[in-house]
Design a protein around this ligand. Sequence first.
Ligand code: FAD
Length: 138
Amino acid sequence: MGLNRKPHYRAGLVLVGDAGGMVNPFNGEGIGYAMESAKIASESIVQALARTGVNRERALHGYPVRIEQALGSYYRLGNVFSKLIGNPAVMRTATKYGMPRKRLMKLVLKLLAGLYDPKDGDSMDRLIVAATKLAPTA
Ligand SMILES: Cc1cc2nc3c(=O)[nH]c(=O)nc-3n(C[C@H](O)[C@H](O)[C@H](O)COP(=O)(O)OP(=O)(O)OC[C@H]3O[C@@H](n4cnc5c(N)ncnc54)[C@H](O)[C@@H]3O)c2cc1C
């Protein structure tokens, strides 16, 4: 979960899906991410096959870079989130004071389900994007 299996490429081997820890730490979903990582991996492999030597390796090393771009900051935020809600006191407080607030719950739903638009979204989407940028690096 949360990209906890690295490196995603080394010595002719790419990790996709669960093998690469690509399960969403917010919600435990992994099917879409397994498919997305497989698509990125296959594109990198096609690029590599069209090249030779150092350029072939460079194409394969592009795979973890693209995975990081696609999932890295969102998953890091998810790792922080799942750690927080693992604390019963935090969970109790969040449930008591957060759940009755409709707008906050809409934001949380977008965040947990990954349903925000990173490019042309509304204020909630922009807030989530900002939060992902603040997530600590690995
Ligand atoms: C109970 C449960 C519920 C879930 N619910 C959801 C959900 O609702 N939505 C969602 O998005 N995700 C859900 N997930 C997560 C999702 O199932 C996984 O993230 C996703 O299936 C990962 O796909 P994958 O291709 O990486 O791995 P897998 O689907 O595990 O595929 C790996 C395949 O490799 C095979 N294999 C293993 N070793 C070898 C070997 N040595 N040689 C040949 N084959 C081998 C396995 O048999 C398996 O078929 C759930 C997971 C669990 C456990």
